[in-house]
Design a protein around this ligand. Sequence first.
Ligand code: F6P
Ligand code: MN
Length: 359
Amino acid sequence: MHLGRTTLSKFLIQQLDGIEGARELGALLVDVAAAVKAISAMTAKGALAGLLGKVDSQNVHGEVQAKLDVIANDVLIRSNEWGGLVAGMASEELDDPYPVPPEYPRGRFLLIFDPLDGSSNADVNVSVGTIFSVLRHDRTDAPATADFLQPGSAQVAAGYAIYGPSTMLVLTIGKGTHGFTLDHEIGNFILTHPAMTIPADTSEFAINTSNARFWEAPVHRYVTECQAGRTGERGRDFNMRWIASMVAEVHRILIRGGVFMYPKDTKDPSKPGRLRLMYEASPISFLIEQAGGRSTTGRERLLAVTPTSLHQRVPVILGSANEVARIERYHAEHAAGHDAEFVSPLFNERSLFRPEARS
Ligand code: F6P
Ligand code: MN
């Protein structure tokens, strides 16, 4: 019954053929998959293993860490530090890059991850995930922070695991986006979703509308048009979803299309967005583009953004290509001052909702 199925290892041997450092990159992705299996087992045990709830510490973003954040981070570090494949690692949960300990050989790749994305959902038994990104470090010396600051377009591999009703691993090495389902009985990831493709059009969007008063005019214009449905500009009804777990939103979009937005807003002027560039937005954008979708900050292709710091945030608008292109156009029209007729007076330049207008 299991004969003829494509396991992750078999897939990697086939797909990586011809890529520089293929054997090492394949081995690294298998080590990441091993960590994902361990995290999957822990998230599934949940309260039975006493793993829900918070710990008494904060990460670099000032967010209270969940127990599972800390454990998932340790699992990924331990799984990847010893094999001579990575030169260093960086994580949402660590202030600075993690150097490979001196007793282990250093490899030629950098591994960056968000160990447990959407971890506030773990306690309420809603899907969470792990996001990872692989960059090259083509030198033998230990990497400094600056070596990690490569644009998303330099990634050699990226992926996420989603811990939902089934555990899946979705990855790209720049040859399409492919999904694997964990067969718990035999402990293998099996290729179940080859060449995932995002439909170019959609009638479903995802955004946290509790932030609406902080949005910029182009985002407000887009969402207002979606909400107007068949009686408005778009001439058809739209549906909305918000899971508050980026991995789960992105997985839905890879399966049936849609748009996901965590755009630039005025909530906290020191933060140009909510999501983190290096271990959330860039790897997810690589997967989205490889599945035929688009990903933008609103103003530029997200994969073109060169990081200036490890934990920097970035606005994210991604998903079905035609819809994302429309939102990009709304940003361009706004910058050129060509959208006055579409934008509610409440959200234009002299709006009551602009922070400087409130003082
Ligand atoms: O890691 C950030 C994250 O948890 C994403 O997974 C998710 O999309 C978003 O933040 C949820 O944000 P909010 O708390 O505003 O709904
Ligand atoms: Mn996250």
